[in-house]
Ligand binder design. Sequence first.
Ligand SMILES: CC(C)(COP(=O)(O)OP(=O)(O)OC[C@H]1O[C@@H](n2cnc3c(N)ncnc32)[C@H](O)[C@@H]1OP(=O)(O)O)[C@@H](O)C(=O)NCCC(=O)NCCS
Length: 153
Amino acid sequence: MSKRKETQPISRSHTLQSHLVSPSDTNHLQTIFGGNVLAYIDEAAAIAAMRHSGEIVVTASVDSVDFHAAVKSGDLVNVEAWVASTGRTSMVVYVHVSVENPATGDMKTTTTSFVTMVAIDDQGKPAKVPAVFGETEEEKQIIELARNRKNGR
Ligand SMILES: CC(C)(COP(=O)(O)OP(=O)(O)OC[C@H]1O[C@@H](n2cnc3c(N)ncnc32)[C@H](O)[C@@H]1OP(=O)(O)O)[C@@H](O)C(=O)NCCC(=O)NCCS
């Protein structure tokens, strides 16, 4: 493990990226290509996992992606990611994608995803990662979401 503690707060990995959707990002219905959303998710998840582990990371699997609502050209998209559970060298990252109304600040969930990232040391081998804990109610709920998903509930 790099110079990280044995356990870290989930806030350490919190990542927020915003994107403005342009016409070239969208299909003939003027809604975003799913692959573009997956690219947003993969990048945010990687940054969250790097923040948590302090290591380079690779995507081991995209465990689930649920598209709840469409995203249109001109929309402001927020992609948030947190390391929600950990194994020895792997991290499950919860990613929440929403559309923001810039006039009101209202948010609407469009996509949710769980991605497994693996930390890689400077020898190219999987590296041990810290455990994760939540401090606020919202953070504890994210960890619970990941735990329930793992248990198949
Ligand atoms: C992911 C990878 C590093 C795992 O390497 P490995 O030699 O299988 O290493 P291990 O068997 O020690 O597994 C390491 C961890 O990865 C997890 N893992 C491996 N394959 C996985 C998969 N498909 N899904 C989820 N987790 C996986 C293991 O469960 C283990 O987790 P743990 O340490 O928390 O218990 C390796 O398969 C790899 O480099 N894959 C390509 C990654 C890549 O290029 N991603 C970008 C694709 S576009």
